[in-house]
Design a binder for this molecule. Structure first.
Ligand code: SF4
Ligand code: SF4
Length: 305
């Protein structure tokens, strides 16, 4: 009697293809990040930095962590009505909370991937210890904005912020590096910035100067840092006015704030004329509490910011 040949394995029993494994891992990562609070998740192969050639070699992922094969960019929303109160204690607290949450998410994802056998590493969302450090060298060792752009989360606008379809520039970012090869997100090929110049017009320091020949404006880092120093002294850092006024983002529809541009553009002049202008009352009310109007005499005496 002939020996029956073994039945062919069912499809589900066949060893999965590597591509399928990577796709499955990507789905797991997205679910993990969503469950841990991420609003946006994108994937970029590290080769994109080399192909684009925009970022200096020392600032590319493999220079920061040589085993990296994929960058995972993670974003969290900054809710528009809170951003609109800037500069305020509300905006400062939101900024601090988003930073903590982003670092926690990146730390958790790094350990999640390590447990699955994919060595990983993360770069915290902000990388400076003091304003003095920024004054001496106003550059980060790694750009989350570039990582998010290469991971397909958005495009860089005139204001140098990452603009996303979901939240415009009202999003905070962090990056996880992993040695796992994961399917990339396509990059967004259409500029989201419409060059409306609202960010340049509303910047209190004139730090953004629009350029006719390109989307990304000239940016005066020293002027923006001066604003940071002033607001830090009053304990209501960061500024973020350029993120507040940007018309891009579906969050504007959610909050029914698609027609706020006139109000933004007139705010400075209106409040200079009448600090209690009723049109701005909800914002100016919040700004009056929880922050100092100027440096304390003690800070001034000790030369603190
Ligand atoms: S953060 Fe403020 S000071 Fe800096 S560029 Fe934006 S609007 Fe100007
Ligand atoms: S405010 Fe206008 S010019 Fe500035 S980044 Fe947004 S869309 Fe671009």
């Amino acid at each position: 009697m002939a020996t029956p040949s073994p039945a062919p394995p069912k499809v589900s029993q066949r060893p999965p293809q590597k591509g399928n494994q990577n796709q499955a891992l990507k789905k797991r990562i997205i679910k993990f990040c969503r469950d841990h609070g991420a609003d946006l998740v994108g994937f970029a192969p590290v080769e994109r930095w080399d192909e684009a050639g925009e970022v200096a070699p020392d600032f590319r992922p493999r220079a920061v962590w040589p085993p990296a094969k994929t960058m995972i960019a993670l974003g969290m929303e900054m809710p528009l009505p809170i951003v609109e109160t800037t500069p305020s204690i509300l905006h400062k607290e939101l900024y601090d909370t988003s930073n903590r949450e982003l670092d926690q998410l990146a730390y958790d994802l790094t350990r999640f991937l390590n447990r699955l056998g994919h060595a990983s590493f993360f770069f915290p969302r902000d990388g400076y210890g003091s304003l003095k450090a920024l004054r001496e060298n106003n550059l980060a060792a790694f750009s989350h904005v570039m990582a998010a752009q290469y991971a397909g989360l958005g495009t860089i606008g005139a204001s140098h912020n990452l603009l996303t379809a979901e939240f415009g520039p009202r999003v905070r970012l962090v990056s996880v590096f992993t040695e796992a090869s994961l399917p990339p997100n396509p990059m967004i090929d259409k500029e989201l910035c419409i060059k409306c110049s609202a960010c340049a017009k509303c910047c209190p320091k004139g730090a953004i100067r629009m350029r006719p020949d390109q989307v990304i404006a000239d940016y005066d880092k020293a002027a923006c840092l001066e604003m940071t120093e002033e607001l830090t002294a009053r304990r209501c850092y960061p500024c973020g006015i350029c993120t507040k006024v940007c018309p891009i983002g579906k969050d504007r529809s959610l909050y029914k704030r698609t027609k706020a541009m006139k109000k933004y553009l007139q705010e400075g002049a209106a409040l200079a004329k009448n600090p209690d202008d009723p049109e701005y009352k909800s914002w100016t009310h919040v700004r009056k509490y929880g922050v100092s109007k100027s440096r304390s005499p003690k800070d001034q005496k000790e030369g603190n910011p």
